[in-house]
Write a protein that binds this ligand. Structure first.
Ligand code: FAD
Ligand code: SF4
Length: 531
C-alpha cells in the first residue's frame, strides 16, 4: 500500500491535544471517538500487532480479515483529512505486542489525552489502561455505541433479575427498542419467540438450491494483506485460498442487502440444519461485519423487520434472525463483562482432557467433525449449530479443557472476538460456568446429529450404537457423561429425563459404557493431543 508506509519511529512533532486509539474491531465510520477531531491538533492511532495473531494461534483468514479491514479503514480516515499514525505488522524495530506498541507510540506522540472505545476483550482493556497509566497519560474510555445495550444498562437489567436468561432480556430489549412490536404493545404476531418453528432438518433429498451469500474478490489492499499473511503466518492454521469476506463498510452493506433479499426468507426454518458441502446454509454470514463494526446491529435489525413489514419474509424467519442479534448477541456481551475475568477460568464439570491435534487439521474418522472443522479451516466459518452441537458438543462430552477449547474457537473464526467467543464456548457449549446463563446444558447423543444432518450416512460409526467398534463416539460419551454427573443432571429439569433413561440401563450395560468411553477417549483424544 503506497499511501501507508510502515512507521518504524514516528517523527518528532508538537504534543498532540488528543490521540484516538482505534482497535482492530472498532472500524465504524461514525465512531463517537472521531467526533470533533481537528487534524491540526489531534490524530488517530491504529496498531497492527503480530503478537495478537500468535497469542491466539490465529487462522490465516482471521488475521487477514482484521488487517484488511483495518487498512481499508485507515485509508478512508485519511481521505476524510484525518492524521492517522498506522503501525503495520512488519514495522521494523517495533515490539510484537499491542500494549508494547501502544507504549512506544505514547512515548513518541506525547498526547495530552487518549480516547478509545471500550475494547472487546477484558485483558486488552487491562493492558491498555496499565500502559497509559505507566506513561502518565489519561486514557478516556467511551461507551461502545455499536451495541444497543450498554455495559451499564445490562448490569442494571441483570441486577433486577433472579436469574440471567436471554429470553427475558430479549423481551425487555424488544419493548425498549420497539422492535417487532404490535400497535397494542404486545409482540408482533402475538408471540415473543418462534423458536419451535426454527428447528427443522433439511428434507431427505437435501437442502436444494440455496442462493449464494455475497462474496468479495480481494482488491489491491486485501491482496497485499493476503500475501503478507501467507509470508509471515503461512504456518498458521487454515487457508486463504477462499478468502472472500467483506472488509469495508460498502461490502458489508452489500452482504446485508443480499442476505435480506435472498436468504432471510428461509433463515429461521433451516437455522439448525446441517448438510455436507453446505458450509453456509441459509445463514447471514454477517457476524464478522457486525463484530468489526462495519455494520451496526440497529441497521441489520431494521432491514430484517422492514422485510417482514413489506411482506418479503415471514415472521418466524425474521423473528428468529432478529432474536440472534437483539437477543443473543447483546445478552452475550452483557454477561461477558459481568462475569470476567472469572469466566475464563470456569471449569464446573472438571474437564481436563487435552484438545486433540486433529482439531487443527480435521483429520478424524468422525464425519460430522471432519465436515465442521474442515469448513472452518477452509473459510474461518461454521454456523451456530456446527459450533454448538458438533465441535462444542464433542468438547463437552469428551471433557476437553475449557481454556484450550476457548483458545481454539478464538483462533479459528473470522468473527472471533473474546466478548462473544468466550461466553458462547464456556457458557453455552461447555457448561463450564454451571449454567449461569443457560436454561440447560446442551448435551445430546449422535442421534441429534443424525436428525439434523446427513453426516451419519457417510460415517464409519452408527449413532444408535453405544459400545463397541461401531459405536458413535458422541453416543458413548453422552451416556458416559450422564453417568458421571448423574446426580447433578437428575436435578436439572431439562436433563432429568435423560438421566431417567440412563437409569433404565442395567448395571453391566452402564459399566460397559464407562469402559468403552475410556477406549474412545484414548483413541480420539488422549493419543491425539496437540503438539
Ligand atoms: P447467523 O446464524 O446468520 O445469525 C445472525 C447473527 O446473529 C450473527 O451474525 C451474530 O451476530 C448473531 N448471533 C447468532 N448467534 C449468536 C450467539 N450465540 N452469540 C452472539 N451472537 C450471535 N459468534 C461470533 O460472532 N463470534 C464468535 O467468536 C462466536 N463463537 C461462538 C462459539 C460457540 C461455541 C458458539 C456456540 C457460538 C459462537 N458464536 C460466535 C455465535 C454464532 O455461532 C455466530 O455468531 C454465527 O455462527 C455467525 O454466523 P452468521 O453471521 O452466519 O450468523
Ligand atoms: Fe458424527 Fe456419530 Fe454421526 Fe459419525 S455417527 S457423523 S461421529 S454423530
Amino acid at each position: 500500500m503506497t499511501d501507508m508506509p510502515a512507521v518504524p519511529a514516528m517523527p518528532a512533532m508538537p504534543a498532540l491535544r488528543q490521540l484516538v486509539l482505534i482497535l482492530g474491531d472498532q472500524l465504524s465510520h461514525d465512531s463517537p471517538a472521531l467526533a470533533g477531531l481537528d487534524a491540526a491538533q489531534d490524530a488517530v492511532l491504529m496498531i497492527e500487532a503480530p503478537g495478537e495473531a500468535t497469542r491466539v494461534w490465529s487462522h490465516q483468514a482471521r488475521i487477514a480479515i482484521f488487517l484488511a479491514a483495518m487498512r481499508h479503514h485507515a485509508h478512508a480516515l485519511r481521505q476524510r483529512g484525518l492524521t492517522v499514525h498506522y503501525i503495520r505488522c512488519d514495522a521494523p524495530g517495533q515490539p510484537p505486542g499491542l500494549a508494547e506498541r501502544f507504549a512506544r507510540a505514547l512515548a513518541e506522540l506525547q498526547p495530552r489525552v487518549v480516547k478509545a472505545l471500550e475494547p472487546g476483550e477484558w485483558g486488552i482493556e487491562q493492558d491498555l489502561q496499565r500502559t497509559a497509566a505507566q506513561a502518565g497519560i489519561p486514557l478516556r474510555w467511551l461507551d461502545d455505541p455499536h451495541f444497543l445495550c450498554s455495559r451499564a444498562d445490562f448490569q442494571r437489567w441483570a441486577a433486577r433479575e433472579t436469574e440471567l436468561r436471554m429470553e427475558f432480556f430479549y423481551r425487555w430489549m424488544r419493548q425498549r427498542e420497539r422492535v417487532l412490536m404490535a400497535p397494542d404493545g404486545g409482540p408482533a404476531g402475538g408471540r415473543w419467540n418462534f423458536d419451535a418453528d426454527n428447528r427443522s432438518g433439511y428434507p431427505k433429498a437435501g437442502p436444494g438450491e440455496i442462493p449464494p451469500p455475497a462474496r468479495f474478490a480481494p482488491d489491491a489492499i486485501t491482496r497485499e494483506v493476503i500475501d503478507e499473511v501467507r509470508q509471515h503466518f503461512g504456518h498458521h492454521p487454515g487457508t486463504l485460498d477462499h478468502f472472500a469476506w467483506p472488509v469495508t463498510r460498502e461490502q458489508a452493506l452489500q452482504a446485508l442487502h443480499r442476505f435480506i433479499d435472498t436468504r432471510l426468507v428461509h433463515f429461521g426454518t433451516w437455522q439448525d440444519a446441517m448438510w455436507s458441502d453446505t458450509p453456509f446454509g441459509w445463514h447471514a454470514l454477517l457476524s464478522s461485519s457486525l463484530n468489526l463494526h462495519l455494520l451496526h446491529p440497529r441497521e441489520v435489525i431494521a432491514a430484517a423487520e422492514a422485510a417482514w413489514r413489506d411482506g418479503r419474509a415471514a415472521l418466524p424467519d425474521v423473528e428468529g434472525f432478529i432474536r440472534q442479534i437483539l437477543g443473543w448477541r447483546e445478552f452475550i456481551r452483557g454477561v461477558y463483562w459481568g462475569d470476567m475475568p472469572g469466566m475464563a477460568q470456569a471449569n464446573h464439570l472438571q474437564a481436563h482432557e487435552p484438545l486433540p491435534g486433529w482439531w487443527w487439521t480435521a483429520d478424524t474418522p468422525m464425519a460430522c467433525l471432519r465436515e465442521a472443522i474442515g469448513q472452518t479451516l477452509r473459510h474461518g466459518y461454521a454456523h451456530h449449530i456446527q459450533r454448538l452441537m458438533v465441535t462444542g458438543l464433542f468438547a463437552l462430552l469428551a471433557r476437553l479443557r475449557p481454556d484450550q477449547v476457548a483458545a481454539w474457537y478464538l483462533a479459528v473464526y473470522v468473527d472471533a472476538v473474546e466478548w462473544v467467543e468466550l461466553p458462547n464456548v464456556a457458557g453455552m457449549a461447555l457448561y463450564a460456568n454451571g449454567g449461569r446463563f443457560t436454561s440447560k446444558p446442551y448435551v445430546a447423543s449422535g442421534a441429534y446429529i443424525q436428525r439434523m444432518s446427513n453426516h451419519c450416512q457417510g460415517c464409519r460409526y452408527k449413532p444408535a450404537v453405544k459400545t463397541g467398534s461401531q459405536a458413535c463416539p458422541f453416543t458413548t460419551l453422552y451416556w458416559a457423561l450422564l453417568d458421571r454427573h448423574e446426580a447433578e443432571f437428575a436435578s436439572h429439569p431439562r436433563t432429568a429425563l435423560m438421566v431417567k433413561n440412563l437409569q433404565r440401563l442395567s448395571g453391566p450395560d452402564r459399566q460397559a459404557i464407562r469402559d468403552w468411553a475410556e477406549v474412545v477417549l484414548d483413541e480420539h483424544v488422549r493419543r491425539c493431543a496437540a503438539a
